[in-house]
Design a protein around this ligand. Structure first.
Ligand code: GLN
Ligand code: ZN
Length: 767
């Protein structure tokens, strides 16, 4: 290395865009739930919230982070907080109770709709704007959190463009949210003045929507708004944070609007840097480089991050470069070091929130030294990257050889779906409008207790098996009494439809404390796909056998598909996701074969996350659908024509992807439909879907029990759109979150609805 070290500073500036809100032991979850149950008052809840924030700040200080976000915390959701702050939505009752009424509903109010925050597993609340009400700023939340935090704290605010783009209008025919942008920007300008007056040294405005596919009008309004904010900042340096992708055509104009600093996600879109450096070279704009992945759990490879940082330092000088996480660390757990139950080899490859902050400081230090000094600064990080690449766990020749040998025929069922339907009809002997359920039955306290005692070693293998078998046999008997046609074993052995499989596959690890907020007080603990995947042995056959030997009716085998397993896990970043998908699909394929060999005539492969896996940008979608459908077909390809493959998907926005669902070549799909009143079946008027379909008749997300008449009406609507011989009768989704008191009458009514329709003359039929 010929260049001289940058003598004047001992490291670059570091920044964290946001941190987990849950607390290291999900303190927020327990405080919220305690408060909702009336066990702790608001003051006690706020004490916990303040403690979590102070704890997070302490972690950042210990890691020597220079700029740490405040106001990233929320008792509900940051989108809702922002909407409340600018008066875009109003509390139906005053105070915190009003916020909870919006986030989770109360006796008198329906909650706001919830939807996925970009392509993460976090869900935000969709504000509904009254377009005629105007805005009114209440800056008390960011000001209070700023006051608590002190030096180095940078308030983070969701930007006005993204807030509107993520909202709905209460009166869309009259006003679209985006038309309100100029008005809203005035409220934000006001906010900047308040923050500056309160002593903020900087502010972070998040505009993640800038990375989406935008219309020209949207791009123009966004740029205009940013320009106005830059003008209104009056000395308060604004960092515009963009993440979850690149800015594309917006990159150059955004860098030119006059903001103090622009943050780029260089994990998802490293190609942005070259243009950014060219454009920024002769301006005063600072760049914040998102080089530490905020979306995944892997230790950063300095060989990937440092060249980006070096290039920026060369072009801009060290004073204008910040080293940062790609996005908020909200999407990763707190501490990898704490996962002492993990294989130490794998644990060494991981970096959760705390470790990522340490990485930032290491990179920021390495960036200002060269040669042997640099090497010693990054030695540990570089060592982890090398070890992971070379590990036997990430390079299993047996797995790689199997993937390489996948042939086109492995993805195909040779007989077309319509002909298979005839064969299966004869083999299964099911009535018209066959009734079934999606897989899971209520997870009762006894079931959870049995699993817990088994996990903690209090129950022997044999005793546990007997307990679960008892639940399965009981569930089968109940289904026979209820008159269902195709039965399920009820999934009592499964904690979660992904984790259950991850625990039984080589290449996956399950953490003990690795919680990530999903919404409100709910968290998920995604498994970690760290290596090459292989099945150790049958995963579900035993439970299926127990169920099938208790009945003469067909019992569905029940599996989770590769796309869903990947989407609800942290996945490898050292190979394309499709490569991981092939490996998982081969493991599921083996399970399908084993179920078929055991005698299962119907096998369901759930792809609950197929729709949510669709990439944010249109240009990436074809590639996704290609591997996602192929991976599903690899699971089911090669089964006998007699074996009926089902799939289940839990969403109702169907229209844009129906062709791809058809491409899965499943024999039967079940989907969520009851809330849309079968409207989603309109897609079938445009597209001739060839297989059978079970639109959900029973909304399992609600404690409400629909009666037979209501479900019969829905079924009649379905028959108007789908020929009766291709219709199945089932609920919207699995029943695991419901109670038996609700499930029993609802399923009885569903079976009754099917029975009534069977004896009715089909529409348009001639008798
Ligand atoms: N078979 C699973 C169940 O019934 C499917 C759940 C889902 O789609 N989310 O629970
Ligand atoms: Zn579902």
């Amino acid at each position: 290395m010929g260049e001289a070290p940058i003598g004047s500073i001992d490291r670059l500036r570091t920044a964290v865009l946001g941190f987990p809100r849950f607390g290291p032991d999900r303190e927020l979850k327990f405080a919220l739930e305690g408060h909702w149950r009336g066990e702790i008052d608001e003051a006690a809840l706020q004490v916990t919230a303040r403690r979590i924030r102070a704890h997070n700040r302490g972690l950042a200080a210990a890691a020597q982070i220079d700029v740490f976000a405040v106001n990233d915390f929320s008792l509900t959701d940051h989108v809702l907080d922002t909407a409340l702050m600018v008066g875009a939505v109003r509390r139906p009752v005053p105070g915190l109770a009003g916020e909870f009424a919006l986030s989770r509903g109360d006796a008198a109010h329906r909650p706001l709709e919830m939807t996925k925050w970009f392509d993460t597993n976090y869900h935000y609340l969709v504000p509904v704007l009254d377009p005629h009400a105007g805005f009114a700023l209440d800056p008390s939340k960011p000001l209070a959190e700023l006051r608590d935090a002190g030096e180095g704290a940078r308030p983070v605010i969701l930007g006005p463009f993204s807030l509107l783009r993520l909202s709905k209008s209460a009166d869309p025919a009259a006003v679209e949210p985006l038309e309100l942008l100029p008005d809203l920007v005035r409220a934000y300008a006001d906010l900047l003045r308040h923050l500056a007056y309160a002593g903020a040294e900087a502010v972070q405005i998040d505009e993640p929507c800038l990375v989406l596919d935008l219309t020209r009008r949207e791009r123009e309004s966004a740029l205009r708004a940013l320009g106005e904010l830059a003008g209104a900042a009056a000395g308060l340096p604004v960092t515009l944070a963009t993440y979850f992708g690149g800015l594309g055509a917006l990159l150059e104009p955004v860098l030119g609007v006059g903001l103090a600093e622009v943050h780029l996600d260089l994990v998802r879109a490293p190609e942005q840097l070259e243009t950014a450096l060219r454009v920024c070279a002769d301006t005063g704009v600072r760049l914040s480089l998102g080089v530490v992945d905020g979306r995944n759990v892997w230790a950063t490879d300095p060989g990937r991050a440092l060249p980006l940082i070096d290039a920026a330092v060369r072009a801009l000088g060290p004073e204008r470069v910040t080293v940062a996480s790609s996005c908020s660390l909200l999407h990763v757990p707190y501490s990898a070091a704490r996962e002492t139950g993990l294989d130490p080899e794998v644990r060494g490859w991981l970096a959760f929130g705390i470790e990522k902050m340490a990485e930032l400081t290491t990179l920021a230090r390495a960036a200002v030294v060269t040669g042997a000094e640099r090497e010693s600064v990054i030695a540990a990080m570089a060592g982890a990257a090398v070890a992971r690449r070379a590990s036997a766990l990430t390079n299993r020749p047996d797995v790689r050889a199997r993937v390489a040998a996948i042939a086109p025929d492995d993805l195909r069922r040779p007989t077309p779906v319509a002909e298979r339907a005839v064969i299966q009809h004869a083999a299964l002997g099911l009535p018209e409008l066959p009734t079934t359920t999606i897989g899971s039955f209520p997870q009762t306290p006894e079931i959870r207790e049995a699993r817990r005692r088994h996990r903690e070693g209090e129950l022997s293998e044999g005793r546990y098996r007997d307990l679960i078998a008892g639940h399965i046999v009981g569930a089968v008997a109940w289904q026979e009494r209820a008159g269902l046609d195709v039965l399920v074993h009820g999934e009592p052995e499964r904690n979660d439809m992904v984790q259950y499989f991850a625990e039984q596959l080589d290449g996956f690890a399950v953490t003990e404390h690795g919680w990530v907020q999903s919404y409100g007080s709910r968290g998920v603990k995604p498994p970690i796909l760290f290596g090459d995947v292989a099945r150790r042995g049958p995963m579900t056959v035993l439970w299926w056998r127990i169920a099938q030997s208790a009945t003469a009716k067909p019992v569905k085998g029940m599996l989770t598909g590769p796309v869903t397993i990947l989407r609800w896990s942290f996945v490898r970043d050292d190979q394309p996701e499709s490569d991981s998908a092939w490996q998982v699909a081969l493991a599921i394929r083996d399970e399908v074969w084993d179920l078929q060999a055991a005698g299962a005539g119907i096998i369901q492969i759930d792809e609950a996350a197929f729709r949510e896996g669709v990439p944010l940008r249109r240009s990436e979608r074809d590639a996704y659908f290609a591997w996602a459908t192929a991976a599903f077909r690899l699971c089911s390809g090669g089964v006998s024509d007699h074996t009926q493959i089902h799939s289940h998907m839990c969403y109702s926005e169907f229209n844009e992807i129906i062709e791809h669902i058809a491409a899965l070549d499943a024999d039967v799909i079940s989907i969520e439909a009851s809330r849309s009143g079968m409207e989603l079946l309109d897609a079938f008027e445009r597209f001739d879907y060839p297989a059978a379909i079970g639109p959900g008749l029973y909304d399992i997300h609600s404690p409400r029990v629909p009666d037979a008449q209501e479900m019969e009406d829905l079924l009649r609507l379905a028959e108007e759109r789908i020929p009766r011989e291709r219709l199945w009768v089932n609920p919207d989704c699995g029943l695991k979150t419901r109670r038996w008191q609700e499930v029993e009458p609802a399923i009885a009514a569903m079976v009754e609805a099917a029975r009534r329709r069977r004896s009715a003359v089909p529409e348009g039929a001639v008798r």
